[in-house]
Design a protein around this ligand. Sequence first.
Ligand code: PEP
Length: 251
Amino acid sequence: MRKNIVVANWKMNLVRSDALLLVHEVLSNKADNISVNVVFAPSYPYIYKVAKLCEINDNFSVSSQDCSSRKQGAHTGEVSAEMIASCGAEYVILGHSERRIKFNESNEQIKHKIDNALENNLKVIFCCGESLQQRDSELHFDWVEEQIKESIFHLSKDQVKCVTIAYEPIWAIGTGKTASAVQAQDMHHFIRNLFEKKYDNDVSDNLSILYGGSCNPNNASQLFSQKDIDGGLIGGASLHSDKFLAIINSF
Ligand code: PEP
């Protein structure tokens, strides 16, 4: 059975005290019986502390927002997958569109990051998604297929079981414009089929595919009730405990 997952991508927001307060509010208000895995993705300096706070509940864990494509050494400012794992993170978000666009990350570079993450026993949340121009030109399926093929499809069946996909149409991220439930479901179904064709039913049935892009308490339940949508990668709404809790409770 695939997991329902909700990820809080805080991006470069929240000072330490606000971050820890937010974690505390979510941890103390989330009902234990809800079968959803909650993942906080803080900035690097807070990973260790947030991971410690999450130890009290098996449904909570921590992700980094990125990792280096290098393993170690003279790369000032870089943070390796090994370091992130040693601070207690379980996941790493890779291929977010903000990194692809603002930091020129290519599919090839993301592939190396994925390999480093998996070598260090981190699970990968792999982001993919098209621009508005690509959707308007009906190139969105081809684009997402290329992103997945070039960064993921070299993995073995065992390795790919440690990957979660986040479909995030770029035009919906931070814009207040959400993909309709039908648009999102169509893409999630397409992605699941790609994994079935490349691997098998066992992989595709167990693959969690999250939606990201202006997901909020008003649209989460409609999105999460779609057959192939297994949760969300949440940006803006994850910075407020009430909104984030409402999204967690939308399954
Ligand atoms: C994101 O950053 O991955 C995201 C989905 O942001 P938002 O929810 O703010 O659109």
